[in-house]
Design a protein around this ligand. Structure first.
Ligand code: A2P
Length: 338
């Protein structure tokens, strides 16, 4: 690869795709040619990159020859069909969908946790983890390294932007409708999301958990390289536009005090500790995460019910660190390593 890389963003008109473009520009990623791709419906329209309008091309008819790095965020079925074609044409694909995450020959990488894994990509594909796993592991990896995590209990509070542009629009539309005494008319979500909570994200599996919940189990083990870690997840959609929150309880092999955990987290890359025992002295999606890069950790407490338990409140922008930012960070690692 030369000093610049030819980059394709697949799904460039979507919530994650447009943020990938913004972050590539913000971080001055050394781009040669930039291709922005979406479905036939958007082809011929434009998206903004660095103050310029770039014409959207139809993925179905695009020739990937000459693309060095392709960032995919157009859903699993698009990735399954097109990512191998881009890889066969010589591109390194960084895929935000769950299409390849659990394949042994596809690395699953959080840039602060297992960056060395980007080099082992026999299929030319690197998977970007699920947003909830991403922010949880940025915070938990340093604790795991120091004290050995045996078990994680996690309840997520996930914003609607994780469901893409249509989900953002549905929360806005329903909020307006309900404030005007009209029917919320659920379309994108199975039940009303405005002024409500939905304990269901992605499909239900045979074990009664949702796929979103099992992603936390499967991806935590793969990224930390430890199949013995037990994870007990509940994933909930909340009426927040941007920013996922997680109430996390970890049981470690070695006891960690609050002071020790805080010191580890304060030195962890990508983490910002916000933990004052005062009103507002904790991170929230709106006041901290939305539009920013760090994974925020607050409410650090020793578990009253377990000798080696620790409670954490972990908040991050799911579209940035949870998706687009990590994808661009992986692209930077690929570009650096040639
Ligand atoms: P389009 O705008 O043309 O539908 P979101 O997750 O915010 O809904 O965004 C999904 C992204 O994936 C959009 O950019 C969307 O493009 C793109 N996309 C969806 N289906 C296809 C497809 N079959 N081929 C290419 N891009 C697709």
């Amino acid at each position: 690869m030369s000093k610049t890389a030819n980059v394709a963003v697949v799904g460039a008109t979507g919530a994650v795709g447009e943020t990938m473009l913004a972050i590539l520009a913000e971080r001055k990623f050394p781009i040669g040619k930039l291709h922005v791709l979406a479905s036939e419906r958007s082809a011929g329209g434009t998206v903004e990159f660095n103050g310029r309008d770039i014409t959207v091309q139809d993925l179905a008819t695009f020739d990937p020859t000459g693309v060095d790095i392709a960032l995919f965020s157009a859903g699993g079925s698009v990735s399954k069909e097109y990512a191998p074609k881009f890889a066969a044409a010589g591109a390194v694909v960084i895929d935000n969908s769950s299409a390849f995450r659990y394949d042994d020959d596809v690395p699953l990488v959080v840039s602060e946790v297992n960056p060395e894994q980007v080099k082992h990509r026999p299929r030319g594909i690197i998977a970007n983890p699920n947003c909830s796993t991403m922010q949880m592991l940025v915070a938990l990896a340093p604790i795991h390294r120091k004290a050995g995590i045996e078990r994680i209990n996690v309840a997520t509070y996930q914003s609607v932007s994780g469901g893409g542009r249509s989900a953002l629009e549905e929360l806005g539309r329903q909020t307006g409708a309900l404030l005007n005494f009209q029917d919320p008319d659920p379309q994108r979500f199975p039940v009303q999301i405005a002024f409500n909570l939905i304990p269901h994200i992605d499909e239900f599996l045979d074990n009664g958990f949702t796929k979103e919940e099992m992603k936390l189990v499967w991806e935590t083990r793969k990224i930390l390289g430890d199949d013995s870690i037990q994870v007990n997840p509940t994933a909930v959609r909340v009426p927040v536009f941007y920013g996922h929150s997680e109430a996390v309880n970890v049981e470690t092999k070695v006891k960690l005090s609050v002071a020790e955990a805080r010191a580890l987290l304060e030195n962890a890359p990508g983490v910002e500790v916000v933990d004052d025992h005062a009103p507002g002295g904790y991170p929230t999606p709106v006041t901290h995460a939305s539009g920013t890069d760090p994974v925020y950790v607050g409410r650090i407490r020793e578990d009253l019910s377990h000798p080696r338990g620790l409670n954490l409140w972990i908040v991050a922008d799911n579209i940035r660190k949870g998706a687009a930012l990590n994808a661009v960070q992986l692209a930077e690692l690929v570009a650096k390593n040639g």
